[in-house]
Structures are given as C-alpha cells and as structure tokens.
Design a protein around this ligand. Structure first.
Ligand SMILES: [Zn+2]
Length: 507
C-alpha cells in the first residue's frame, strides 16, 4: 500500500492558528444568506454544536477565559468591573481601563491574572502571537495584557495608544490609513472591521507570520446593544463582519490551508432582548441598603452597573447577605442567585447556589452574584430569549446571565488537522480553545488550564465521541426555585444554563 503523501506532507509542515472572534454573535444567526462565509467555514471544518461561554457571560471575563484556558475563579477577571477588597481602602476596578490593568499588573509583580495567557505561553515556547481587535480598549488589553513588555503585536481598530510595538502601528497606518474612530451609537461599526482585516492580510500575516493570531471583530455586539439583536443595523453589521471574514477565508482556501494554517471562528457570548425593567435599586433600598456604584461613606451596597448582577456589601455579614437575597428572590426579575458556598451546592443565603458551582468563587467575587430572569419567548425580531434589565431599554440586546442564548457561543474549527463536515455534539467551552490551539501547534496543555483539548474534532482523533455526564442542581426557598445545569466531559466541567422555575411574586 502506498503511503499517504498528502497527509504526510501536511503533518510535516509547522502549524499556525488564526482565531477570528465575532463579539456577541449568536450561533443561531449563522446561516447561508446572512453569513455565507461562516457557513462556508462550517462545511469545511467542525462545528461545536454545544459550545458554551463562562459565567458571567461578559466580554472581558470570557475573553480572559479564552486566552488563559481557565475559568474566572482562576484567572480572576470575575466581571467587567469588580471590587478589590485586598487594596486599602477597597477600590473599584473597571476592566474597560486598559492603562489601569497595565498598572495593576506591574504593581502586582505580573500577577494581575491568576493564570498565564497565550501571549506568555507562546513567548516561553519561542512562538509569536499577534492580536488585532476592534473591541473596547479593556477587552483588547485583556487578550494579551503583557504585550507591551513582551514586545508582541497588538493592533486596536479604534485606540492607537494600545498598539504595540508603535512602529508596527505606524507601518499599518502608513499603508492602510489612519485608525478609524468608533461609529456613533446606533450606527454599525464597520470601517474598523475592514481596516483590521486589511492590516492582517496585507501587513501582519506577510511580515510577522504569527504562530497564533487573534482577529477580533467588535460587531455584532455593539449594534446588538444599541439597535437590538435582530435590528436592520445589526444584521448589516453581521453581514459586514462575515464579508471581512470572507476575505480571510478566501486567502486561507487559496494558500493558508496548504501552509498548515488552521482557522477557528468563535464568539464570546450570545445576547437576549430586554423585555422589562427590573427595580433592583428600589428593592435593595426597601431592604435598608443604600446603594452606589463604588465604595463611598454612607454606601451599604456597591452595585456593579450593567446587566451583570454583582453586589458587594460594605459589611458583608451572613445576616446582611441573607436579608438582601430574601428581598431579591421575591421579585419577578430575579434570576439565578449565587453567594459564598456552604456544602457542595448551596450558598449561605437560602435559595442561592454556592458561587463555586458557577466557577465564580474568587477573592474578587461579589457577595451576591445574580442574573436577571429570562424566558424563552420571542422578542420583537422573532428571536428566542428575553430578559429583565435594571438599566438597558426594552428591545435592546444584553448578556451576562445564564440563559441558553447568552451562554451558547460560536465554535468552528477548520484546517489540515481537523475533521471536515463534523457537527460535534460533545459539550465544549470557551476555555477549550487555548489548550486546543496549543496542541495544534505542538505545545502541550499547561496545567493551569481547566479547558480540555478538543480531540474529538481532530482528524486523527478517536471515532467515538467522549462521554458526557449532565447534572442538574436545585436550590429553593419558599416559592423560589432555581436550576443550574452543568455537564462533565472527562475532567472538564461546563456550565450549561440556569433558570428559575417558580417564584412567589410580591404584589
Ligand atoms: Zn462580548
């Protein structure tokens, strides 16, 4: 029998990986007419049909999990904003502030994150890493927070100051034009997506030839938030980023794949649509807690702004936590609730789960973590998934909680070492990308990673899919009953979804 020359030559070529991120893209919006290029990639590669993000399903928490291969309880970015109680006095840390994170990393001797990320791991292994992204400044910094000291390439589609090294940004701007300004809210953010795609195809790939690259599109997240997840503006943004991805895919089909390049398409979370306003602050004030966004004299409850429910109490006694939770779970907007754990499942407040069940137990974690209640009704665009919200207007897209449409995220892999035409029903998660990408380029999974290598999508992987075991946890208090589903594959555990099944609503 003749040797398989094609596969032997593919095996001998050094491998590279390009991860293309679509911020906030729901997998159920991928279809041949709206996203013909993602659809084309799906047919060329393997689809992770049960892909999940982490909790809270927020961009900067999720992207940190993507680059560290770990859950938030290990990497420590427990939310877009958190209270650092270890500093004196406690300070509020907003991870949208890229310079603050660089400062905190330096001040902590390089331990701002609790686990090494791809930039550091690749550098240690003598490999190169480039990030090009049109997300917020903080999100871009978290994709490689040590890029400046490691002298790795970072190109922001909106914020030139983040660009490293400065000479590379200047080279790109000289060739392609100035870094585009963000589009006004409610207008699709398009110019930056083509700017970054050109920067990648015309400069970074030919000149740097990175072993691993991230090309991250900030849309459709921006338009989903400010126009709605099925609005014409958002559909335009999705079509546009898909077309930019199509430029990468055309190059990959023409030459990248034969050069050993693998493509990964992913999103960091989905979206659901706001259906009603939650009276969170009124509820907490009625329970005797004076609320504010940051620690200040006279403030009892520091409530992190936004869709993610996170409350830090100035005096976090068990009595105070139980009293606040008791008031919250009576309200119709209250979804899943987590507090410090006692035992395997329960939190210290009746009805709540322990934070550890959601991989959210960290020194930076809030005393009360919760999501807003969701349902499976359709929104005005005909898309399933609605949520309450404390501050986003009705009809707009939000995320942060544990509804299936927030947790489900895009996962597609393609390349010479990946099965083609596979729809994998094996549960997977955003922490799996880093160990899988490292394996593709010949680096073994670091022990700091909780994610697993997705061997079931490898062309030389076993035919039999790994077994998964699902567990449904339950917590109840009075008429409030919440469920949390987790699923195990080997040593990896994924959060699937959570919901509230019944409640006693105070009238
Ligand atoms: Zn996002």
């Amino acid at each position: 029998m003749l040797p398989d020359v094609t596969s032997m030559s593919v095996r001998s070529i050094s491998k590279r990986v390009i991860i293309v991120l679509f911020d906030g893209l729901r997998p159920d919006l991928i279809n041949p007419s709206l996203t013909p290029n993602l659809d084309r990639l799906q047919r060329r590669g393997a689809i992770l049909a049960r892909q999940r993000t982490i909790y809270p399903s927020e961009t900067r928490t999720a992207l940190t999990s993507l680059v560290t291969g770990t859950t938030p309880d290990r990497h420590g970015i427990v939310g877009n904003q958190y209270l650092d109680r270890l500093s004196a006095p406690p300070r509020s840390v907003d991870t949208s502030d890229d310079r603050l994170m660089e400062y905190l990393d330096e001040a902590s001797g390089g331990r701002f994150l609790g686990a090494p990320s791809l930039g550091e791991i690749l550098m240690e292994n003598g490999r190169t890493f480039s990030v090009l992204a049109s997300n917020s400044a903080g999100a871009i910094r978290l994709m490689n927070h040590k890029a400046r000291t490691l002298d790795q390439v970072t190109i922001s589609g909106h914020f030139p100051r983040i660009g490293t090294p400065a000479a590379m940004r200047e080279r790109i701007e000289a060739l392609i034009g100035p870094t585009p300004a963000p589009a006004p809210q409610g207008t699709p953010d398009l110019a930056t997506q083509s700017f970054l795609t050109s920067a990648f195809l015309d400069v970074i790939w030919p000149q740097v030839h990175p072993d691993v690259a991230i090309l991250s599109f900030g849309e459709p997240d921006t338009s989903s938030h400010y126009s709605g997840i099925g609005a014409p503006e958002t559909l335009e943004a999705i079509g546009f980023v898909d077309a930019q991805f199509g430029r990468v895919l055309d190059w990959w089909e023409a030459e990248g794949a034969s050069q050993g390049v693998h493509l990964v398409a992913a999103s960091d979370h989905g979206h659901v649509t706001v259906q009603a306003r939650a009276d969170l602050f009124e509820t907490l004030e009625a329970a005797g807690l004076r609320c504010g966004p940051v620690p200040e004299p006279g403030i009892d409850a520091i409530v992190v702004p936004g869709q993610v429910g996170a409350i830090y109490l100035a005096e976090p006694s068990g009595v105070a936590i139980r009293s606040a939770v008791a008031a919250m779970i009576e309200r119709p907007w209250c979804g899943s609730v987590f507090t410090a754990g006692q035992g395997e499942v329960d939190g210290i407040a009746p009805g709540s789960f322990g934070r550890h069940l959601a991989f959210a137990d960290h020194a930076r974690s809030a005393d009360i973590l919760f999501s807003y209640r969701t349902d499976d009704a359709v929104d005005p665009f005909g898309l399933v998934g609605r949520s309450w919200s404390p501050d986003w207007p009705v009809g707009f897209g939000v995320h942060g909680g544990l509804h299936a449409k927030e947790m489900s995220s895009v996962g597609i892999l393609a390349g010479p070492l990946i099965k083609s035409g596979l729809v994998s029903q094996v549960p997977s998660g955003i922490c799996d990308f880093a160990p899988t990408v490292l394996r593709l380029i010949g680096i073994s999974r670091p022990s700091t990673m909780t994610g697993r290598v997705l061997t079931e999508v490898f062309a030389d992987g076993a035919e039999d899919a790994p077994r998964s075991i699902e567990t449904v946890h339950e917590a109840r208090d009075g008429g409030y009953l919440q469920h949390l589903r987790r699923v195990e594959v080997g040593a990896a555990i994924y959060l699937d979804t959570a919901d509230v099944l019944s409640c006693s609503v105070r009238t």
